[in-house]
Design a protein around this ligand. Structure first.
Ligand code: OGA
Ligand code: MN
Length: 288
């Protein structure tokens, strides 16, 4: 098998073929994959058959593993996952077994978000492995945040340059109040860490816009009105189709994205169908 990296011809993304990720990878192969990941932001590998330990082994080629939010935030009700799932694996699923959810996100739309921006050191990468898919629906879209930043008009850029944004921890990316957290009257008073709105990517050296989720985001030093106005203007540009790649899943896909310069969203799907994804994550660096 020869390793080939084929760009999607979209705003981001490339398909990697000729690799069986359950096998040991040579150092020069890992280097090519790392460079391709930095260049294309999203890498897709089709037809992979990986156990959880194999997915974690593959992830470790690129750095240290990170834990799912349930562990990072020490949820008092535990991970909500089955006991035999490794601590570093996050199950993303709508399936209910014996009256218990086996994973997170359900079947509703997951709105545009960055993974885990509500901790001081968000993960650098997420890797999703498609175990079981519904016949249709549940596509996942990715947004190129280098390109979005470049598209911002100067007057909008001036309003966020050098500014930090607060990334609310109390609501999930779907806007649901987390267990263990109280509701806040407005975005300004929500708990959460501050991250620069424009960050220099530590590996590519390029500047990217860093947004978490639209709801409950708060830009330092703004009134509620200014905050909503600036964020609405930014999001209206970001959501343009030209910055987006839409992934239609096939069973066995492994998809790795750069969480430092991409956002993603997932379409809803028929809740009577099963969808099971297993996710690993790479530990991040402090945004600069
Ligand atoms: C995620 C996520 C989307 C999907 O795992 O972080 O947003 O397609 N998943 O399941
Ligand atoms: Mn996500």
């Amino acid at each position: 098998m020869t390793l080939e990296i084929t760009p999607m011809g979209a705003a981001l993304g490339a398909v990697v073929s000729g690799l069986d990720l359950s096998q040991k990878l040579a150092a020069e192969t890992v280097e090519r994959l790392r460079n391709a990941w930095l260049e294309h932001i999203v890498l897709v590998y089709h037809g992979q058959d990986l156990s959880d330990p194999q997915l974690l082994d593959f992830t470790r080629y690129f750095g240290e593993l990170e834990y799912p939010p349930s562990k990072l935030l020490n949820y008092s009700q535990g991970s909500g996952q089955k006991d035999d799932i490794p601590l570093e694996i996050n199950v993303i699923s709508n399936v209910i077994e014996n009256g218990k959810k086996i994973g997170q996100l359900g079947n509703a739309e997951a709105k545009w978000h960055t993974d885990t921006p509500f901790v001081e050191r968000p993960p650098a990468a997420s890797i999703l492995h498609a175990w079981e898919l519904p016949p249709s629906g549940g596509n996942t879209c990715f947004m190129n945040m280098y390109a979005v930043l470049e598209a911002l008009p100067a007057e909008l850029l001036a309003k966020i340059d050098g500014k930090k944004c607060k990334h609310d921890v109390s609501h999930t990316s779907d806007g649901v109040l987390r267990h263990d957290y109280d509701d806040s009257p407005d975005a300004k008073s929500c708990p959460g860490p501050w991250h620069p709105m424009i960050r220099t990517h530590p590996d590519s050296g390029r500047k990217a816009l860093y947004l978490g989720k639209r709801a409950w985001a708060y830009i330092e030093g703004t009134t509620t009105e200014e905050n909503e106005e600036i964020l609405d203007a930014i999001w209206a540009i970001a959501e343009r189709p030209e910055f987006v790649y839409e992934h239609v899943w096939t069973q066995g896909d492994v998809l790795m994205w750069d969480n430092r310069c991409a956002m993603h969203r997932r379409d809803e799907f028929d809740g009577s169908q099963r969808r099971i994804m297993h996710r690993s994550q790479l530990r991040g660096d402090i945004p600069v």
